[in-house]
Design a protein around this ligand. Structure first.
Ligand code: ATP
Ligand code: MG
Length: 419
């Protein structure tokens, strides 16, 4: 991509109402643009990162035998009346009426819609087990939308739903999908922990959350210093959270330590809560069985903010190779009146692209200082600097974004490095 024909626009300062570093940096880097409270447009640079995350999730879910579908975002209220959640879910549900006076909600989650779909699609035990998933915008009228896409009102979620004939098989499916989540979060190179959690208004018997560890996290997590015990502190019966560090671990092994986390995934064993209230069943020999369900969420858009919370410095974002919108940025110095620089840069650009690199060529007509600070802000892992001098001496500067270390290499070494 050439910056001169891309929409590569950064901001020197973040808007005054931004608190969190990830929020500031995403806006300054031109990844997102606010439209209304908790509602954002995704610009090309931000969307590119979002798509990378989506693709990793898709690849791993598909490989694990989960099937992608796409359900409507607009949901009839009548389905939520069947499960009783119209009342239970509360003011996060945004509702409206159509011209025929029928009531609808903007989907905050899809248990009702998917259970309705399943009762139409699943007719016999032969259809089982089955896991559907989708990647879709959700709407929750959050009481305090803040921190940008971290806690938005409209946000992108991967939501998956499994259907099994027995509790044993549901638990096997749950374990399999937990393993898929581990693969996803490992591939995203996030520092995360899995903790036991409260199932909240989604319900079911047991659930686990995936948290990215960060001091700005809104959740408190308790870990035993001796065993694998880990839970969201909302499960611990202690009103004063300050008393939790040093408390005996509930499993009887060791003392508790507390860390802050950002919830990026939540998986639930739902059991038959939705299948019973919505009559989702099959006949197995002579027995009628309500299906056993699980549900599996990932906060796709939140992951970007969480990863930036974990990886940035005073100059900007530090993306890893997996998440970065480009893996290499070529910075041209004073190319305006010197065709030899443009020619060389274009040659590098084409050749490095052919070798499989995703390259941003900064051929904008602006000062080197702006180019350097923009490249540092948007956090591309490697920078390649081309000027008259570097061409003449066959010595190109490659800068690593992470530690801003520099090394001089020849053209030949360059192609070996990015092959
Ligand atoms: P939270 O406790 O942060 O409000 P939740 O428990 O209500 O989240 P789930 O219903 O488990 O969320 O939704 C699945 C995932 O969607 C969450 O793990 C989180 O990563 C993401 N998510 C939930 N609410 C938001 C939001 N307002 N903005 C961005 N992502 C969100
Ligand atoms: Mg949750």
């Amino acid at each position: 991509m050439k910056a001169s024909s891309y929409h590569y626009k950064t901001l020197k300062d973040a808007p005054s109402d931004t608190e969190l570093v990830s929020h500031k940096l995403m806006i300054r880097a031109g990844m997102i643009k606010p439209l209304a409270s908790g509602i954002y447009s995704w610009l090309p640079l931000g969307l590119k990162v979002l798509k990378k995350i989506e693709n990793i999730i898709r690849e791993k879910m598909d490989k694990g035998g989960c099937l992608e579908i796409y359900m409507p975002m607009v949901q009839p209220k009548s389905l939520w009346d069947e499960t009783g959640r119209s009342d239970e879910y509360g003011p996060e549900l945004l509702g409206f009426k159509d011209r025929g006076d029928r009531e609808f909600y903007l989907g905050p989650t899809h248990e009702e819609v998917v259970t309705d779909l399943a009762r139409k699609e699943i007719n016999s035990p032969k259809d089982l087990p089955l896991t559907f998933y989708q990647i879709q915008a959700k709407f929750r009228d959050e009481i305090r939308p803040r921190f940008g896409v971290m806690r938005a009102r409209e946000f992108l979620m991967k939501d998956g739903y499994s259907f099994d004939l027995s509790e044993t098989s549901m638990k096997q499916t749950y374990s399999k999908i937990k393993q898929i989540y581990i693969e996803i979060f490992n591939k995203l190179k996030l520092d995360y922990r899995i903790v036991n959690a409260d199932s909240g208004s989604i319900g079911g018997s047991s659930s686990e959350e995936f948290h990215v560890l960060a001091d700005s996290g809104e959740d408190l997590l308790a870990f035993s210093d001796e065993s694998d015990f880990a839970c969201n502190v909302e499960l611990i019966e202690e009103d004063d959270v300050n008393k939790i560090p040093g408390m005996d671990s509930p499993d009887g092994m060791g003392k508790l330590d507390v860390k802050k986390g950002i919830e990026v995934g939540h998986i639930f064993q739902l059991g038959n809560k939705y299948s019973k209230s919505m009559d989702l069943k099959v006949q197995d020999n002579n027995e009628i069985k309500y299906l056993e369900m699980g549900c599996y969420g990932i906060g796709v858009s939140r992951i970007i903010a969480a990863s930036i919370e974990q990886s940035h410095d005073e100059k900007g974002i530090i993306f890893n190779e997996t998440l970065s919108p480009f893996n290499l940025i070529i910075i041209l110095i004073n190319q305006k009146n010197d065709e030899s620089i443009n020619l060389k840069a274009n040659y590098f650009y084409e050749k490095l692209k052919d070798a499989g690199n995703d390259v941003l060529l900064d051929d904008r007509d602006c000062s080197p200082g702006i180019k350097f600070s923009d490249a540092e802000l948007i956090g591309i892992p490697h920078q390649l600097i081309i000027s008259k001098k570097t061409i003449e001496s066959d010595s190109y500067e490659v800068v690593t974004r992470k530690d801003l270390s520099k090394k001089e290499i020849t053209e030949e070494e360059l192609f070996a490095l990015f092959s």
